[in-house]
Design a protein around this ligand. Structure first.
Ligand code: IMJ
Length: 256
């Protein structure tokens, strides 16, 4: 018996077939969930549309999360097409390339604003839009973070601050939405080679470090993350909200 048959979910953050969001989408589809996807810009539309269609999705919508009207339009469409929503996957982030190198000390006001807006506030805005559609259906929302929110990781810089804000936002949203039966949880994924890691200097060294030091002695895959997402978006995690789950081969438990 599939875990998610008859359920509806919307996925924010597929860029290509390597995306964590895409692995999550495939796992949800395998368990019977009907999916909608969003993208930003024409370049990404041409990548997302064929992937979405390969899972039988018909609802593929533009959504720049810095624009309230585009967020409203996504939830208006979902209400019209589905009448409700069970799951939301938030798997997106952005900081200017210049902010992801050198010292955090050099973070600009604009760079800080943009990173926090796209990477953290967007969860608040999307949860606000989704909540009315999730009422009475035990909705579940997940977001993706990284260990750079907890400890200093070279070059992660303003993204680390944005992820700290994202994790705290997920807890406050969990408190607000819990009385409506809506759960909000965060997955802190270990480093994975996706578009979000392209051009990050020293990325290979970070992967090598995880392989050498993490309890499981390997890097995680998108599928590892997708299986935890499946748990958090299904009834298997019915008593879990406001939680941060590390899918990182255990790397973050290690001291010396
Ligand atoms: C990103 C930067 C620096 C170090 C990093 C990362 N490490 C990892 C990432 C060690 C694992 C990837 N990550 C967890 C992210 O959250 C990436 C976010 C990101 C990536 C880019 C690259 C291209 C760009 N802007 C970006 N904004 C956010 O222009």
């Amino acid at each position: 018996m599939a875990l998610l048959s008859g359920k509806k979910g919307v996925i924010f953050g597929v860029a290509n077939e390597k995306s964590i969001a895409w692995a999550i989408a495939q796992a949800l589809h395998r368990e019977g969930m009907e999916l909608a996807f969003t993208y930003v810009g024409e370049a990404l539309e041409s990548r997302v549309r064929p992937l979405a269609e390969s899972l039988g999705s018909r609802i593929i919508l533009p959504c720049d999360v810095t624009v309230d009207a585009q967020i409203d339009s996504v939830f208006d469409t979902l209400k019209k097409e589905w009448g409700g929503l069970d799951s939301l996957v938030h798997s997106l982030a952005f900081a200017k390339k210049e902010e992801l190198k050198g010292e955090f000390l050099n973070t600009t006001r604009d760079g800080f604003k943009l990173a926090l807006d796209v990477s953290a506030y967007s969860l608040v805005a999307l949860a606000k839009g989704a909540a009315p559609l999730m009422e009475g259906r035990n909705g579940s929302i997940i977001t993706m973070s990284y260990y750079g929110s907890e400890k200093v990781i070279s070059n992660y810089n303003v993204m680390g601050v944005a992820k700290a804000a994202l994790e705290a936002s997920a807890r406050y949203l969990a408190a607000d939405l819990g009385p409506k039966g809506i759960r909000v949880n965060t997955i802190s994924a270990g480093p994975v080679k996706t578009l979000a890691a392209m051009g990050i200097s020293g990325f290979k060294a970070i992967l090598d470090m995880v392989e050498a030091k993490a309890p499981l002695r390997r890097n995680i895959t998108q599928e590892d993350v997708a299986k935890t997402a499946l748990y958090l978006l299904s009834d298997l995690s019915s008593g879990v909200t406001g939680e941060l789950i590390h899918v990182d081969s255990g790397y973050s438990i290690m001291g010396m």
